[in-house]
Design a protein around this ligand. Structure first.
Ligand SMILES: Cc1ncc(C[n+]2csc(CCOP(=O)(O)OP(=O)(O)O)c2C)c(N)n1
Ligand SMILES: [Mg+2]
Length: 597
C-alpha cells in the first residue's frame, strides 16, 4: 500500500500495462491527471491533437496496427462529448482504447456546476457513452480506482475487444488514499476460447463433403493474429478466401486463393464464388449488409442453400444474419489450429476443389479483362484506378494505409491488395469521417519505421484539417493523399441515382453559379509547416508519392480525381424502400432449389 493521488495511480497503472501514449486534450476537469502525466513524462508521453475526435481515432488506429492499447484523456462535458463518434467507430470494428474522461467534483454532483451533464442523473457522461463502449466505469473515490482500472483494462482486451470508458470525477484525480497498484491486465488474446472436439470433427466432415467451399474472413482473424494458420488451412485444403475489409491481408491478397472483398463494391470473383458456394466457412466475420449485398439472396450469398460454418468469439454474431448449420463460439486462431490438427489425422485431402478453382480462375480472368484496361489510362482529372495502382506500385508490402470514408474507399475495397495483416485500416462498421486522416497519426506512432499513408477524400480531410498541426508539433511523418473530387461524391452518386439526376448539398460550390470550390490544400498544408504538392495529371502521381514517402516528413498530396468515374458494382446494396440497382458486372444467381426473394 502506498499513499497516492488518484491521478498518480491511474498514471502508474497505465505505465504498468506498457501503455506508451495518452492522446488527449486538456480542460479544467482533467488538470489533475495532466500533472501526474507531467511527472511521468519520461515513461508515458502525452500527445495533444487539436480535437478530441482526432485523439480517439489515433488511439483506435494505434490499436489496429499494434494490438496493444493506448489511452485517451478528455475533460468534462464538451471535450468528452467530442469522442462519442470515434468510440462507436472503434466499437463497430472491435478496436480498443481506454477513454479516460473527466467529470465534475463528486461534492458538486447534481448542483449543475460548470459542464455537468445532469438533466436526468448526476455527472451523467457514462449514460452518453453507454451505447458506444463495451463498458463504462465511474469510480467516485480513490479507493475504488484499483478495481475499476483492472476491470476496465481487462474488459477492453478480453474476448472481442472494444473501447472502455473510465469516467473520473475531478476530485478523484487529486485526492489521495492508501492504495495498491493492481496487477496489469492480460494482453489481447491471453484468453482464447476453442471449439468442442465434436464440433471440430463435424466441421471436418462438412469440409470433406464440400465441392465448392469458400472461407470468409473478417476482423476476428486479424485480431486473433491467425494469418499463418489461415494461410496453412486455405492452402492445405485448396479453399479460396473472401475477405471483409478489416480481414484484408491475413491471406496475402496476391495469393492465388485470395478472391478479395465481396458485396456491391467487392470483386466479381468473390461474389460469384460466394453465391455459388456449397459451403461457407465464416471466421470472425459478421455478414454486415455491405459484405452481404444487403442479405438479398443470389448477389453475394445463397443461404440456406449454401451450408454455413460460422466461427466467432462473440455469441451475438453467431446467427445474427444467417443461422449457421454449425455455429462455433471460438477464437479464430484456436479454431484454425484445432482444425489443422484434425486434418493431420485424416486422409490427405487436396485436389477435391480443383474443378471449383478452375471455374474461379475463369471469373477472375473475366473480371481482369473488364477492369484492367482502365488501370492503364492516363487522364486529367485522374482516373481513380491509377491512384490505387500507383499506391500499390510505390508502397512496400508492410506500408500501412489508413483509409477514410467515401467513394475513394470503395475503390480501395475493390482493388487494393493488402499483403500483410494490420496494414489496411478501415472504419468499416460505422464509417466515421476523419478516421483515416486522423488515424494515420496513431498508426505511424504504432509503426514508426513503416510508411503510413492516409487516403482521405476532400470532404473527410476538411473535417479534421488540424491533423497537419499535430503532425508538425510531434514530428509524425505521415503522408496524406487527398482524393480531391470537389464534393461528398459518394453521397452525390446516391442522390443522382435516386432522384432523377438531381443533387443538393453534396458538391462544394462557391456562389450561385455552382463554381467548384475547395481550399488550396497544398497551400493550407504549407501554412501548417507540412510539405505538399498538387497533382492534377495522372503521369505525375507516382513520382509525387515516391517523393512524399521518401521525404520522411509530414507530407500532403492534393490529388485531383475524376468525380464521374464510378467503381463497378459487382453485388448489390439496398436501402429500403429504394429499389436496389442490379450489378454493373455479373449477374445474380439463385439455385433452382432455392426460392428467390
Ligand atoms: C462524420 C460523418 N458525417 C457524414 C457521413 C456521411 N458520409 C459518408 S461518405 C460522405 C462523403 C465523403 O466525402 P469525401 O471525403 O470527399 O469522399 P468522396 O466520397 O468524395 O470520395 C459523407 C458525407 C459520415 N459517414 N460520417
Ligand atoms: Mg470528395
Amino acid at each position: 500500500m502506498a499513499n497516492m493521488k488518484g491521478g498518480e495511480l491511474i498514471t502508474e497503472y497505465l505505465i504498468s500495462n506498457e501503455i506508451p501514449y495518452v492522446f488527449g486534450i486538456c480542460g479544467h476537469g482533467n488538470v489533475g491527471m495532466l500533472d501526474p502525466l507531467y511527472e511521468a513524462r519520461d515513461r508515458i508521453k502525452l500527445i495533444s491533437p487539436r480535437h478530441e475526435q482526432v485523439a480517439a481515432h489515433m488511439a483506435d488506429a494505434y490499436f489496429r496496427v499494434r494490438h496493444k492499447p493506448v489511452a485517451t484523456l478528455t475533460s468534462c462535458g464538451p471535450g468528452s462529448c467530442n469522442i462519442i463518434m470515434p468510440l462507436q467507430v472503434a466499437l463497430s470494428d472491435s478496436s480498443a482504447f481506454l477513454a479516460i474522461t473527466a467529470n465534475v467534483p463528486t461534492s458538486q454532483f447534481n448542483r449543475s456546476p460548470f459542464q455537468e451533464i445532469n438533466k436526468h442523473y448526476q455527472a451523467d457522461f457514462v449514460n452518453i457513452a453507454r451505447p458506444v463502449v463495451k463498458r463504462s466505469f465511474q469510480p467516485t473515490r480513490v479507493d475504488m480506482l484499483p478495481l475499476a482500472l483492472r476491470q476496465a483494462m481487462t474488459t477492453m482486451l478480453c474476448g472481442r475487444p472494444g473501447p472502455v470508458n473510465l469516467d473520473v470525477p475531478f476530485n478523484v484525480f487529486q485526492e489521495g488514499d492508501e492504495v495498491d497498484i493492481p496487477p496489469p491486465a492480460p494482453p489481447l488474446n491471453a484468453h482464447r476460447s476453442g471449439a468442442s472436439p465434436e464440433q471440430i470433427s463435424l466441421a471436418a466432415e462438412m469440409i470433406a463433403n464440400a465441392k465448392q467451399p469458400v472461407i470468409f474472413i473478417g476482423h476476428g482473424v486479424t485480431l486473433s493474429e491467425a494469418s499463418r494458420e489461415l494461410t496453412e488451412f486455405a492452402h492445405k485444403l485448396a479453399i479460396p478466401v473472401i475477405s471483409s475489409p478489416n480481414g484484408m491481408g491475413c491471406l496475402d491478397m496476391t495469393d492465388a486463393l485470395s478472391l478479395g472483398f465481396i458485396g456491391r463494391n467487392g470483386a466479381y470473383p468473390a461474389n460469384e464464388a460466394g453465391r455459388r458456394a456449397d459451403l461457407v466457412i465464416a471466421i470472425g466475420a459478421r455478414f454486415d449488409d455491405r459484405s452481404a449485398s444487403s442479405w438479398m439472396p443470389g448477389y453475394s450469398w445463397n443461404f440456406p442453400h449454401s451450408k454455413l460454418i460460422h466461427v466467432d468469439v462473440d455469441p451475438a454474431e453467431l446467427g445474427r444474419n444467417y443461422p449457421p448449420d454449425l455455429g462455433i463460439l471460438a477464437d479464430a486462431r484456436t479454431f484454425l489450429q484445432q482444425a489443422l490438427a484434425e486434418l493431420s489425422t485424416r486422409k490427405p485431402q487436396g485436389g477435391t476443389t480443383a474443378a471449383w478453382l478452375d471455374q474461379i480462375a475463369k471469373w477472375r480472368s473475366d473480371w481482369e479483362a473488364f477492369v484492367r484496361p482502365n488501370f492503364e489510362v492516363h487522364a486529367s482529372p485522374i482516373r481513380p484506378e491509377r491512384i490505387v495502382a500507383d499506391c500499390q506500385y510505390v508502397l512496400p508490402d508492410d506500408a500501412i494505409l489508413a483509409c477514410d470514408v467515401g467513394v475513394n474507399h470503395n475503390w480501395y475495397m475493390q482493388f487494393w491488395n493488402a499483403r500483410k495483416p494490420q496494414t489496411m485500416l478501415n472504419s468499416w462498421g460505422f464509417s466515421g469521417m476523419g478516421f483515416g486522416a486522423a488515424g494515420a497519426l496513431g498508426a505511424k506512432l504504432a509503426a514508426p519505421d513503416r510508411p503510413v499513408v492516409a487516403i482521405a477524400g476532400d470532404g473527410c480531410f476538411t473535417m479534421v484539417p488540424h491533423v497537419l498541426c499535430t503532425a508538425i508539433e510531434y514530428d509524425i511523418p505521415v503522408v496524406w493523399v487527398i482524393w480531391n473530387n470537389f464534393g461528398w461524391v459518394s453521397i452525390r452518386d446516391i442522390q443522382l441515382g435516386m432522384f432523377d439526376g438531381r443533387e443538393h448539398g453534396t458538391m462544394f460550390f462557391q456562389g450561385d453559379n455552382n463554381k467548384p470550390y475547395n481550399p488550396d490544400f497544398a497551400a493550407w498544408a504549407r501554412a501548417c509547416g507540412v510539405d505538399a504538392l498538387t497533382v492534377t495529371k495522372s503521369e505525375d502521381f507516382k513520382g509525387a508519392l515516391e517523393h512524399a514517402v521518401k521525404a520522411n516528413r509530414p507530407f500532403l498530396l492534393d490529388v485531383h480525381v475524376d468525380a464521374d468515374v464510378r467503381p463497378p458494382a459487382t453485388g448489390a446494396w439496398e436501402l429500403p424502400p429504394t429499389p436496389y440497382k442490379e450489378p454493373v458486372f455479373g449477374n445474380r444467381w439463385v439455385p433452382e432449389t432455392a426460392s428467390a426473394k
